[in-house]
Write a protein that binds this ligand. Sequence first.
Ligand SMILES: [Zn+2]
Length: 325
Amino acid sequence: MRIYGNNELLASTARMVAAGREPHSLILHGGKGLGKKAVAKYIAAQLMCEEGSGIPCGKCHSCMMIERGTHPDLIFAEPNEKGNYIVDDIRDDVVAAAPRTPSEGNIKVFVIPDLDLSVQTTVQVQNILLKLIEEPPDHTALILTARSRETFLSTIISRCVSLGVRPVTMQESGEYLQENYPDRDITEIHEALEAGKGNIGRCRAYMEKEQFYYSAGLARDIAAAYTEGSEYQFLKTLAGSDGKKAQLREALYLFSELIRDACVMLTGGQAEGCDTRAAEGLSRRLTLAAGADLYDTVSSYIRRIDANCSLSLVCNSLTAEIFGA
Ligand SMILES: [Zn+2]
C-alpha cells in the first residue's frame, strides 16, 4: 500500500500501534486534495493489519481487503449529494454499530470524511459522536476529517488525537504522476506538477482535466489581466467562467492563492499556488500592502458567491472595485 509523503504523521501512528496504544479517536485536518481519505485508509490498515507492527504488511487478509476496498470492518460514512450527513444515519450506522463485535479481526474503523462540507449538520453529528469518543469500545476506532481543525467542537478536539495532513514534496508528487500516468507525455506531467505542486489531489485533477484544470487556467488568465492592468480583459476573463459558479469560485480562490504567493515572493519565499510565473508577474505589480488589500477584496467576493450573489454582479462589481478605485 503506497502512500506519498506525510511520513512523520504515519510514523507517529505506527509508533502508537506498535506500542499497543492504538488511538481510538482521530482528527485528520488539511486542505482539499491533500489526501486525507488516503491517509485515513492507511491508518486503518495500520490498525487492522494482522502483523500488528504499525506498518501495514500489504499481504495479510486484512491488508488485501482494505486495498481492494472490501474490508467489512472499515466503514466510510457517506453524506447526501449536498455533502450533509444525515444525523439518523450516523446514529444508526456508526454510534449504534460501534459496540458490535468486528466481523473479521480485532478492530473496526469508522471514517467520517469531510465534516466541514456537512454545513447543515456538522455540529449535530459531532454532538451525537461525543459519547462514543468519550467511551470508545476497545475494538473501535473513529477517524474524522475536515479541511480545518476549526470545524471541530472543542469537546471533540480535546478527546481526539489531531493530526495535520500536509502537502508532499515536488519529488513525491512527481513520483505519483509518473507511477499513475506512465503513458502520458512528460510535458503534460510537468504541467500538472507545476499546477498542483505538493497537492496530489490537484495534480490528479489536472491530469484528468477535472474542474481544477479549467479553474487553474482561468486563475492564470485573471492574474495576467490584472498584471497587464487591463480592465476589459479582466472582466472578459471572469465572464469566461460562463455562469459556472463552482468554477468561478475555485478560480477566484486560486487567484487569491497567487496573490498570497506574490506577497510571499516579495519577502523572498517560495510559491505554492497553481502558477509560479503568474505569481511572479503579480509580485512585480504589487506591494505587500496592496497585495493584502487585493487578497481581502477577492476573498470578500468569494464569500459573496457562497452567499448566492448573482455571478454577473460578482464579475462586474469585482472588476469595478479593483480597477475603479
Ligand atoms: Zn497486513
